[in-house]
Design a binder for this molecule. Structure first.
Ligand SMILES: Cc1cc2nc3c(=O)[nH]c(=O)nc-3n(C[C@H](O)[C@H](O)[C@H](O)COP(=O)(O)OP(=O)(O)OC[C@H]3O[C@@H](n4cnc5c(N)ncnc54)[C@H](O)[C@@H]3O)c2cc1C
Length: 374
């Protein structure tokens, strides 16, 4: 079938990549974007934007050169039989091909009716958190993942006394023991304290947390950084296979004909299981794969891109290779105090505290695997 109308739902990193790639690959048909917003590039929200309001304007997506009809509303339903997306403003959008790129939203832990929980997912969240940090002298961050430690870094740099609470050792689940320990040591040197415990929010509005042993600690700002949930509730009765997200194959295809998905809203079927990688590089590569598949072109990118970066306690970290990083690394280049170029066998290379381009890191990894580094 010739594709004449493509509907993309969600216009942030994954959706914007689909729109751009479709046009770049020569698609001249109708292109409709359904999203209440223009789309956001999220990684700067917990870095530059938290530190400086001036960066807010740079994170908004711009689709103006792509001849896109932008429906500023939320998709509320997919009628697959009618090949139609229904939006919250009552409009209906027929498609030959649909790409679901609705991403995810911050997971919350407040009790029903408990107000004042702070999360970080949107530009508005980042603005609110920046203003709270400016007025506060102490902060608690619940969740010691990369987002929690980026937020803790911003708060500590602004002079706040910061405590990170997590039931697990911070960062270990993704980055393994070696890097997690090294990064946490640097975070501690910035004045960030760590408590190992579960945490329940206390107060309404929230003013602190209750630890597992009953101790309550209070702070001027309490931020939940406890993961994200795919924004797929609008697809509940659509017939799409949903399992922590829309299940896709290596062509970004779903179980429904002519429906594709990409980014944080998607999970990739690998054998009997599904893999979720809610990172920027996956949103981009899955957007590219979806665009090629929509047009029936060969897929020239992997549906999972093992690249991830963060910046904690003032040091950049780039990982090329699958997470988690397990075991001890080999030091390929020593830049002092634990920083440098590190390799985990021939499966992952990390630039920690040093600047290295991603293509260079990929080249190092290729070389290691050709040499069969164990
Ligand atoms: C603060 C923060 C910092 C991050 N830092 C890093 C980092 O350093 N490195 C890294 O690799 N990753 C990072 N990430 C993760 C990365 O930003 C995400 O993986 C990426 O944003 C996913 O893009 P997406 O387009 O799939 O989803 P999203 O960015 O969530 O976008 C989804 C879009 O869909 C729209 N939408 C949602 N529901 C509907 C609906 N029903 N109808 C219509 N539109 C809808 C939304 O308005 C939004 O525009 C960070 C994430 C956050 C929140």
């Amino acid at each position: 079938m010739t594709v004449r109308t493509v509907v993309v739902v969600g216009g942030s990193t994954a959706g914007a990549t689909v729109l751009r790639d479709l046009r770049a690959r020569g698609y001249e048909g109708r292109l409709t974007l359904v999203d209440p917003e223009r789309g956001t590039n999220r990684p700067p929200l917990s870095k530059a934007v938290l530190a400086d309001a001036g960066h807010e304007a740079t994170v908004r997506m711009d689709h103006s050169s792509l001849d896109v009809e932008h429906v500023q509303a939320s998709a509320t339903r997919l009628d697959h039989e009618a090949r139609t997306v229904i939006a919250s403003d009552g409009s209906e959008h027929r498609f030959d091909a649909l790409v679901v790129a609705t991403g995810s939203r911050a997971r919350r832990i407040a009790e029903a009716g408990q107000t004042g929980e702070i999360v970080l997912r949107t530009v508005e969240d980042a603005r609110h958190l920046r203003e709270r940090i400016a007025d506060a002298s102490s902060a608690i961050v619940v969740g010691g993942g990369f987002l929690g430690l980026e937020v803790a870094t911003a708060a500590a740099k602004a002079g706040l006394a910061v405590t990170v609470v997590d039931v697990d050792p911070p960062l270990q689940r993704l980055l393994g023991e070696h890097l997690a320990a090294s990064i946490c040591e640097r975070a501690a040197a910035l004045g960030i304290a760590f408590r190992r415990s579960g945490a329940a929010l206390v107060g309404g509005p929230v003013r602190g947390v209750r630890l597992d042993d009953g101790e309550e600690i209070m702070a001027d700002a309490v931020v939940s950084c406890v993961g994200d949930e795919p924004a797929t509730d609008w697809l509940r009765d659509s017939g799409l296979e949903l399992e922590q997200g829309v299940v896709i194959d290596d062509h970004a295809r779903t179980n429904l004909a002519d429906v594709y998905a990409a980014g944080d809203a998607a999970v990739v079927r690998v054998g009997d299981t599904v893999v979720r990688g809610p990172f920027w590089a996956n949103a981009v590569t899955q957007g590219r794969v979806a665009a090629a598949s929509v047009l029936g072109l060969p897929v020239d990118a992997p549906v999972v891109d093992h690249y991830f970066w963060t910046e904690i306690a003032g040091l950049p970290l780039k990982v090329v290779g699958p997470l988690p990083l397990e075991g001890e690394p080999r030091v390929l280049e020593d830049a002092g105090e634990g920083t440098g170029l590190l390799a985990w066998g021939s499966s992952a290379v990390v630039a920690y505290g040093i600047r290295r381009s991603v293509p260079r890191l990929r080249a190092v990894l290729r070389e290691l695997s050709e040499r069969g580094a164990g």
